[in-house]
Design a protein around this ligand. Structure first.
Ligand SMILES: NC(=O)c1ccc[n+]([C@@H]2O[C@H](COP(=O)([O-])OP(=O)(O)OC[C@H]3O[C@@H](n4cnc5c(N)ncnc54)[C@H](O)[C@@H]3O)[C@@H](O)[C@H]2O)c1
Length: 437
């Protein structure tokens, strides 16, 4: 046992600010409401269903995670958010078409109360979308101030104790770091000057971080993972996490690839294709938004398989990722993976995976967990990049000079050991000598 980290108690209400009230957000919100009313179970959520082994295997101590660390309860969550469409959360959930109308009907009054505030939006960054519920401002700085005003009004209006923000907006076009992102001073000047290097998502991120609010990015676009906002997060003690929720095909990829590597099976080719018919699929049909997603999805195998350490097994790996917009499927994505494997003496084998998943059903528990763990991080004085939350993301944000950890099982161990560390419990190394000494 070591000294526990001091964690501020959970009291009062937690506001979860969601940017974009689309399929993922509405499935998260309606899901929390349904679970509160005991209409459904929080399947897929570590904070609600997960356990944490403490001490030796012989001790038989495996309490629920929520009994080990102080997390906000579902009854104490208030949701708010922005969207470029004016539909309330009930109508938006109907549009998204993820949850059954019969379930939404039972939650209708509370869903209808959530009406999106006008968004910061510029079509240059999301080409396939246009909507009427958009803020006007003299500059990007002015728009950021308007977002701060929304946040403050939400806090005061609901008597909130704390808040977290999660970007669940559409995937913006591919961007790389530029001089405007290098420091807070450069970033704030760029905000004043309407620099095109600052997309809408960065304006929300800046507003949240300036207010000391934890910020997580559920999408793959460049947002808070720039030096200026990391610097601001240190100054305001805001936790950061992201990016791109690890659901569907990439989740399966990061489950299968570590297994193949563990047995030193070679991989010559990994062909992944998807059909998806929701609004996300439509946005990703634009090559510039798809490029952002593709970069995020493709990096995973390189880091897991480590071709530099195993050139004979993975040097010539051909990794292809495709997403095809196919409206009839809506949110029910279908993914196919063909993996060309190589075994003993170079003999070829094949593995085919056909995953008929539901994107937002996989994403919603992650948004909830990330929001609750980010709130915990803030109360525990952990700020800046929260690498222990890599478990949830396709492109985990990480410190400069480090490579990201993509292996789902290492990520889970890291997350659970972080929780043990926070409460002063022994870390679990899985050495296990003591059972035989
Ligand atoms: N569902 C998943 O499994 C999954 C996994 C990883 C990442 N993501 C990412 O999460 C994001 C949300 O996915 P979704 O399926 O809910 O998409 P969606 O299209 O249903 O919802 C996105 C919403 O964001 C709104 N929006 C866009 N730009 C905005 C802005 N600047 N301000 C406010 N609102 C804005 C859109 O109007 C839309 O309602 C996407 O970027 C997606 O790529 C989803």
């Amino acid at each position: 046992m070591s000294k526990p980290v001091e964690i501020a108690p959970v009291r009062g209400k937690l506001g979860i600010l969601l940017v974009g009230l689309g399929a993922v957000s509405t499935t998260t919100i309606a899901g929390v409401f349904a679970i509160r009313k005991a209409l459904a179970k929080p399947i897929g959520s570590l904070t609600q269903m997960g356990t944490l082994r403490l001490g030796k295997r012989t001790e038989g101590r495996s309490p629920k995670i929520s009994e080990v660390v102080p997390l906000a309860g579902l009854d104490d969550i208030v949701f708010g958010g922005w969207d470029i469409f004016e539909e309330d959360c009930y109508a938006a959930a109907r549009t998204a078409g993820v949850l059954e109308p019969a379930l939404l009907e039972q939650l209708r009054p509370e869903l209808e109360q959530i009406r999106p505030w006008p968004a910061v939006f510029d079509q240059r960054y999301v080409k396939r979308l246009a909507g009427p519920n958009v803020k006007k401002g003299k500059s990007k700085k002015d728009l950021a101030d308007q977002v701060v005003a929304d946040i403050q009004a939400f806090k005061a209006g609901n008597g909130l104790d704390r808040m977290v923000m999660v970007w669940c907006g559409s995937t913006e076009i591919f961007a790389t770091e530029s001089p405007a992102h290098a420091s807070i001073a450069a970033f704030e000047q760029a905000l004043e000057q309407d620099d095109p290097a600052i997309p809408s998502s960065m304006i929300y991120a800046y507003a949240a971080i300036r207010e000391g609010i934890p910020y997580a990015n559920a999408a793959p676009n460049l947002t808070a993972d720039i030096p200026a906002l990391v610097e601001l997060a240190a100054r305001t003690q805001s936790p950061l996490a992201g990016k791109d929720l690890k659901t569907g095909q990439t989740l399966i990829k990061t489950i299968i690839a570590p297994g193949l590597k563990a047995r030193l099976l070679g991989v010559e080719g990994w062909y992944s294709t998807n059909i998806l018919g929701n609004r996300d699929g439509e946005v990703l049909d634009d090559p510039e938004s798809f490029k952002t997603k593709e970069e995020s999805k493709k990096s995973v195998l390189d880091y897991i398989l480590q071709p530099q350490l195993y050139p004979d097994l993975y040097n010539d790996l051909c990794h292809v990722v495709r997403i095809n917009y196919y409206p009839p499927r809506g949110d029910n994505k279908e993914g196919w993976d063909n993996i060309d494997l190589v075994g003993w003496l170079g003999y070829p084998m094949q593995l085919k995976i056909n995953f008929l998943c539901r994107d937002s059903i996989l994403a919603a528990p992650i948004v909830l967990d990330v929001a609750l763990f980010m709130d915990l991080a803030k109360r525990a004085g952990m700020y800046g990049i929260q690498e222990w939350l890599s478990f949830y993301f396709k492109s985990p944000v990480h410190a400069p000079g480090l490579y990201p950890e993509h292996d789902l099982f290492i990520q889970l161990m890291k997350l659970k050991n972080t929780l043990r560390y926070l409460v002063g419990e022994d870390l679990i190394t899985h050495l296990g000598r003591e059972y035989y000494d």
